[in-house]
Design a protein around this ligand. Structure first.
Ligand code: MF3
Ligand code: CO
Ligand code: CO
Length: 301
């Protein structure tokens, strides 16, 4: 939480209580500096500060994405193919009146509706006919478009007993996500996310992927700003109304990713060691944050 005496998140240099502290009577006075900040963010950094109506739309989309993600994760069992997971998730999108954002996204167009990244695949794994096997770890990543708004989230599923190295990246990646979310509030620099994540990952002898980042999301799939998970010097401050993802990719070995030459999407660890990732979409509020994607780690069995 920002304290009343902390510097205001808007960068005015004033104490928060003297500046944007929410109060009916000062509201109009402050409107002006907030409008200026919003313009500056969109022009300089391509960051869209969302209004109430947009936040409502993004919240609904995030809730749907979480629900589809949870249901799809429950389907992920030994013998089930990632293609079957894709088809199940695709159907849930359509039933809810939503569009799966990955389908035909980018260049070359992504061929499926969700990403499924198994073991040494870091991200952007393409669902196929390979059945999940005992000991696999799989990331399932769902992004839906509902009424034009985007919600983006992902989780890991472990298939039966997994070896200690795989379990380690699954647990460390989750902890990295939740620890970095815990510090989010207006007025802190984007670089603080990467500091928290690298410090924790290194303390567990894991590496942090730096070729893929979190991102602004909500009105478009990938908006500014980029949110690096590795150590960085990005001094842009979080402000209320920003919606973005944090989605740390944590490796047991080296951090380097290699993109599949044939499909141009699948990103694998260079050394073949396991990688894990969890993702939430988050909103910065006046005095903290709200996790918009409501999935929880432990599903009832
Ligand atoms: N959902 C992924 C993310 O977290 C992006 C997937 S892009 C795709 O940003 F084309 F591979 F689907
Ligand atoms: Co994302
Ligand atoms: Co995602």
């Amino acid at each position: 939480m920002t304290g009343r005496n902390d510097p205001c998140w808007c960068g005015s240099g004033q104490k928060w209580k003297k500046c944007h502290f929410p109060q009916e009577d000062t509201h109009l006075l402050k409107e002006n500096s907030f409008t200026k900040l919003k313009d500056e963010y969109s022009h300089k950094h391509e960051i869209l500060i969302k209004d109430e109506k947009q936040i409502e739309g993004i919240r609904a989309s995030c809730q749907l994405a979480s629900r589809i993600l949870d249901a799809t994760c429950q389907m992920a069992k030994e013998g089930v193919t990632t293609q079957e997971l894709n088809d199940f998730a695709h159907k849930l999108h359509l039933e809810a009146g939503a569009i799966p954002a990955p389908l035909h996204y980018g260049q070359p167009p992504f061929p499926k509706s969700i990403c499924t990244s198994v073991n040494e695949v870091i991200c952007h794994g393409i669902p196929d006919q390979t059945p999940l096997r005992k000991g696999d770890i799989v990331n399932i990543d769902v992004t839906c478009i509902l009424n034009g708004y985007y919600g983006d989230c992902s989780r890991m599923v472990t298939i039966g007993e997994v070896n200690p190295e795989r379990q380690l990246v699954v647990d460390v990646a989750y902890e990295c996500l939740m620890r970095s979310i815990a510090i989010l509030k207006p007025g802190i620099p984007i670089s603080s996310v990467g500091s928290v994540i690298e410090e924790y990952a290194h303390s567990k002898k894991c590496s942090v992927v730096n070729q893929f980042v979190g991102h602004g999301v909500g009105v478009n799939f990938h908006e500014g700003p980029q949110i690096p998970h590795h150590r960085n010097k990005n001094q842009i401050l979080f402000v209320p109304g920003m919606t973005f993802t944090i989605e740390p990719m944590i490796n047991a070995g080296v951090r380097e990713a290699v993109i599949d030459q044939k499909d141009q999407w699948t990103a694998r660890t260079k050394d073949g060691k396991p990688s894990a990732q969890w993702e939430h979409t988050i909103l910065i509020t006046e005095n903290g944050h709200e996790i918009l994607t409501s999935w929880v780690r432990n599903l009832p069995k």
